[in-house]
Design a protein around this ligand. Structure first.
Ligand code: BG6
Length: 482
């Protein structure tokens, strides 16, 4: 259900990296397609001393740098920039908030706030908003990660936000939920009759969820060293993918039904055992034919932060008894790829065995990026007269979503999320109980690392991670879909 639209959007962290790379290009995309209210004003705020004109210039430069050429409709640019204004603010003190509230002006038509700031600024910002009248019933707030770095710190942040905003007006962002292909996972599972009857421990042997990147540190030294791959990627994006993959069919496509089902899965995650986790860190190697240095070189010092993690997760409920979910993610891996692999079980009896026919169990690959496709590996008989036996081969049944929907505009995940925030649609945002269940599971892994199991194993950049990650599946007689 779409609640009321907002008539203004207030962006904290408006001069930051996320704003320049993603938020401003996304807002422009929405403006270009006439999806923003004609009257919607966008007020940016950050520490930098800029005026309206300076902010507009910054936005213009960001769009020319980060907006793909085919999306750059110059005739719409001036109209977009006119929506923008700016107010400098030191959010760590209450002093500047009244001036900010003046700049935002009349919010009786609804206000959407997007907070993309350092975590230590969350609490003072919320206090400042409340004190300056910017937390009333018509205001909703979007929160960008990181929301804390463990359960305790995330609770503090959530409590601070809850002091001024009820849960129905809090929009926690996980940008993976804004991705078209991630939403398509729900369509694949719940708009088709053929998968759901097999989607359980009788039909499925295991799942693999891979989010691999070829990039390294990308200048995020301090943040990444303190965070590591487990908290940067698994705690949020990968667990959301797991929850959508494993959840029961919700009764409706709405915020309560979907999030109720996801949280049940997240709470059912069993604590990972020491032999089920691998930490890695990239060493020098070659990615895409180019030599690259190791993590310590990129960082300028030795560190034991992990840039790779592989885990064997278990959802302890009836449906998924004995079905492992292998997760892996890392920087400087062999290729950029996000995918969910569903490995079905083999048929119960091979009628071709006597004639030499060997069977490979069906595998469904849901590729989320960079390509968008669904591929089902099926067995077929090789054509021939079979005098020397029957030869069975695996053949793909391919559905390219890019080709099937060639005319549809591909959107940045934040376009969807910003529009939902502006319109008050919460389904694709993460509820507090989900975040806390995610942290609980991740904190237990970090505790195990601190005790014993946390040795960081080196892997050469451009590979699929440390050997131990390969052993994680091989030991079970399975293999990663490389
Ligand atoms: C972010 C992480 O949340 O997701 C980054 O902080 C990571 O480290 C990024 O690179 C990956 O997002 P995407 O959309 O490029 O897969």
């Amino acid at each position: 259900m779409i609640a009321s639209r907002s008539s203004a959007l207030l962006l904290f962290g408006a001069t930051g990296d996320l704003a320049r790379r993603m938020l401003l290009p996304s807002l422009f995309g929405l403006h270009e397609d006439g999806l923003l209210n004609p009257g919607l004003r966008i007020v940016g705020t950050a520490r930098s001393t800029l005026d309206d004109a300076g902010f507009r210039e910054m936005a213009r430069a960001a769009l020319s740098e980060f907006l793909p050429a085919e999306r750059r409709d110059d005739s719409k640019l001036e109209g977009f920039l006119e929506r923008l204004s700016y107010q400098p603010l030191d959010a760590s003190s209450l002093d500047g908030f009244p001036a900010l509230a003046d700049k935002v002006g009349d919010t009786s038509g609804g206000l959407a706030i997007f907070l993309s700031t350092a975590p230590f600024l969350f609490e003072p910002t919320i206090k400042g908003l409340a004190a300056s009248g910017l937390a009333h019933e018509g205001v909703r707030i979007g929160l960008e990660k990181p929301l804390g770095n463990d359960l305790a710190s995330s609770r503090l942040i959530n409590d601070a936000v809850a002091a001024a905003f009820p849960e129905e007006r809090i929009f926690r962002i996980d940008h993976y939920l804004g991705k078209e292909t991630v939403q398509n996972l729900l369509a694949l599972r719940f708009a088709n009759a053929m998968f759901e009857p097999l989607w359980n421990s009788a039909g499925i042997d295991h799942f693999q969820i891979t989010v691999s990147e070829t990039v390294g540190l990308e200048g995020r030294k301090g943040f990444y060293e303190d965070t590591g791959a487990l908290r940067d990627m698994v705690q949020n994006h990968m667990l959301q993918l797991l929850a959508l993959t494993a959840m029961e069919p919700p009764a409706d496509y709405d915020a309560t039904s979907i999030r109720d089902e996801k949280v049940k899965v997240l709470r059912a995650l069993r604590a990972v055992k020491p032999g089920e986790m691998v930490r890695g860190q990239y060493a020098a190697g070659a990615v895409g034919g180019k030599t690259v240095g190791g993590f310590a070189e990129d960082l300028g010092e030795a560190s034991d932060a992990e840039t790779f993690v592989a885990l064997k997760a278990h959802v302890e409920n009836w449906r998924w008894q004995g079905v492992p979910f292998y997760l892996r993610t890392g920087k400087r891996l062999a290729e950029r790829r996000s995918e969910i692999v569903v490995q079905f079980k083999c048929v119960p009896h091979n009628i071709f065995a006597e004639r030499g026919g060997k069977l490979i169990a069906n595998r469904l690959v849901i590729r989320l990026q960079p390509e968008e496709y669904v591929r089902l590996q099926l067995m077929a008989k090789e054509p021939g007269l079979d005098r020397n036996g029957i030869v069975l081969r695996e053949v793909p049944l391919d559905l390219s979503l890019t080709a099937a929907f060639a005319k549809a505009r591909r959107r940045i995940a934040y376009e969807r999320l910003l529009l939902d925030l502006i319109e008050g649609e919460q389904t694709l945002f993460v509820r507090r109980d989900e975040v806390e269940a995610q942290w609980r599971w991740v904190d237990a892994i970090r505790e195990a690392w601190a005790e014993a199991a946390g040795e960081v194993k080196a892997y050469a950049a451009g590979t699929w991670g440390p050997n131990a990650a390969i052993a994680l599946t091989e030991r079970d007689g399975r293999s990663w879909n490389d």
